[in-house]
Ligand binder design. Sequence first.
Ligand code: GRG
Length: 291
Amino acid sequence: MTTPMAPPPPFFFPHVDRIGRALETFLPVDSTEVVVDAMRYTLLAPSKRVRGVLVLLAADLCGNATRAVPAACAIEAVHSASLMLDDLPCMDNAPLRRGRPASHVTYGDAVTILAAFGLLNQAFAHLARNFEPALSQRLTSLFTGAIGLDGLVGGQAEDVLATDRSLSVETLERIHRRKTGMLFSAAAAAGVLTAAGSSTDLTALTAYAKNVGLAFQIVDDLLDVTGSTAETGKAVRKDLRKTTFVSFSGVDGARQLADELCKTAITALASFGPRAAALTDLAKFVAARRL
Ligand code: GRG
């Protein structure tokens, strides 16, 4: 059973296509093992590929997106692994992902956990295969930082433990920044590194991504309340036992906050002038997205 999903905005298409084509050969193409099938199932399912697109746009802004494609694939694999783990019954217990039954519904919990680890491992193998040692090491350090205690793992642990508990707005922001924001910052930084951008580029693009990443999660919370399965490809109204920016500030307040964060993100790129147009469009898309 698949559910139709809204497509990403047109300016995404070339980048989404490029990443999609590269992902086709990211995993062993001739393997018939169930665990590889499970890896493909989530990795190749319809996605906006926002983090991969951000890698490419950041690299493009620094002068060269061609070399960034393997980094975009690696970050999409990390993201897919995080979705598979997040959907498990012991975490968010989400039945639907990317318009399809979630991985654990189709493959069971054990294969899903192994497939998620498989994707993570493949992400780092891909970096090692596609970049010279010094750059591969920097990207590995960047991605492990984003996955670890200051990122997805730390943020998700705090999030899971906070279910049914009231949180301060500071705690909620810390959870969102780690659980979602860090991978956006790593995506932008990976783009800069693969294009050999300057430290000024890195500072500006990291500031942009930090704000867009937090806004992305706030809009995710909003879509849980105001969105539909048809548009998002996942179950909605499932965050009722959680403190979110919507429960703090209401729908309008959360929307305003996301808008402000995206405007701050756009301002961080002011020194690039019109060359930052695509990243400006990306921030506007994040603020207004329905998918
Ligand atoms: C070891 C990788 C790893 C993770 C362990 C499970 C976990 C810790 C973290 C979960 C992080 C997570 C899933 C945060 C939610 C981020 C979010 C808003 C996801 C939705 O992303 P979209 O809308 O999805 O970009 P698509 O399907 O378009 O790619």
